[in-house]
Design a protein around this ligand. Sequence first.
Ligand SMILES: [Zn+2]
Length: 469
Amino acid sequence: MSGKAAAVCLVLLAACQAIPAADAPQADGPLLGGLAAVDITPPVPYRMSGYFHERLSDGVLDPLRAKAMVLAQGGRKLAIVSCDVIALTREITDPARKRIAEALKIPPANVLISATHTHTGPLYMGVLRDYFHQRAVDKTGSDDCEKDPYPPRLIEGIVQAVTKAHAALKPVRLEAGSARQEGLSFNRRFHMQDGSVVFNPGVLNPRIVRPAGPIDPQVGIVLCRDAADGKALGGIVNFALHLDTTGGTKYSADYPHYLEQSLRRTLGEQFVCLYGTGTCGDINHIDVTRRERLTAERIGATLADTVAAKTGSLGAVHADLAAQSRTIELPLPQFTDEQIDQARADMPKVGTRELPFLGQVEACRRLAVHKRGAATMKHEVQVLRLGRELAVVGLPGEVFVELGQAVKKASPFQTTLVIELAQDCPAYVPTRKAFAEGSYETVNTHVTSGGGERLAETACELLKQAAKQ
Ligand SMILES: [Zn+2]
C-alpha cells in the first residue's frame, strides 16, 4: 500500500474506533433466511456493454441472473441483490426498491442492489446506448436490437428475485470470514519509464517500471446455512477483480458463473452464490509479466477452491440485523458549452479510429455529466449489519481498491464486505492519488478528486454507528 493510501487508513481508523462485539446487545428472535435467482438474460441481438464500440449479442454462454438473499429477524428485514449487468442506475434501483418496500415491507435503506459488472451483458442505459439507439432509429426508423425495452425487465427480475427469496424464508444461521486469494488479480495501472501512469500498458511492455497501486487479496465470504440440517443454502463471495474476462458476443455472467458452478459441486445444487464485486476500479486479471491470459473458467474454479477450503472454518455470526444509509452530495466535473459541443461533434467518431481512445471516453463522459443537468450528484452509501461480527457496505461506482481496503481496515466488524456498483453508477471512483496521476479511470468518472475519500469516510462513519447501535 502506498504512503498516501496508508494515510487514508489512518484517518479512517481515527474516525472509527473498534467496538467490542461482546458488549453489544443481542437481537431478538430467530434468524430467517431465503435465497433465489431469476433469469434476466435479454433476447438476442440486444447490444452488449463494456466497450466503446457497438457490439451485438448473438447467443448465450450462460444465463444472466438477479440473485437475492433475504434475511428476517424479529420484524427487521434486509435484502441483498446482485445482478449480472455492467452497472445499475437509480432509474432501475429506485423503482425496484419502492416495489420491494410496498410488497414485502422491506424499507429501501435495507435493500442493497449491486451490479457484478459483467462485460457480456446488455448495454441498456447511458450515453453510448442512447447514441447507438438513436442512430439505428434515424437510419431505419426503428431499433431492431431493442424490440423489448430491457429496464422494465431488469426491475421485474430484481423484484421477483427478492420476492422468491422472501417466500423461501426459513430458520437459518450465518457464518462469515475471509480467505486469501493470490494470483488472480493485478493492479492495472503502472508507472512507466517516461514518468507517466497508464492503465493496461500491455503484457511484457519493456517501459513498465512498477504497478501504481496494490491489489486486495482478501475474499469475503458469507454462508447461509439451513438451521435444521446445516445445508448451505447460499452465500455471498466478495472479491476485488474486474469482470471482463469472457469477452465475445455471447451473454455470460463471466467468472462468477464458474464460481457458482464449482461451489455447487461441493455444497450442493441448491447453492445460490451472490457475487459482490469488490472495489476493483483499478484491478483486472491481466498479469503483464506473462503472455498467458487467465480465463473466466479458471478464475471461477480457483476462487471456488479458495472459498470451499474456508467453508469449514468460518466464524459463527450472531445475527443482529440493522441498516444504515446516507446520501452525500459531491461536485460533478464542470464543462463549458464549447466542450459539450465538441463532445457532441465527437460522438460519431466513438468506436472508430478517427479519435484517440481517451478522446472517445471524454466525449461520452462530458455528455453523460451534462445530461445530469446539475453541478452536483447525490451518492448513497449503505451499511447492512448482518450480525455483531459482520457488515456489508455498498458503494456506488467502480471504486479504486485502496478506498475499499481503507474501509475494511477501519471497520469495527470482524468481517466487512465492501461491494461496489451498488444502487447507482458515477463511473470510476479513483483516489486523490490516481486523479493526480491521470489516465483512463480519471477521465471516465463523474466524481472529482477527493470524492472517493468522502465516500469511504462516510462508509466508515456508518460502520461505526452500526456497531454501536
Ligand atoms: Zn469495466
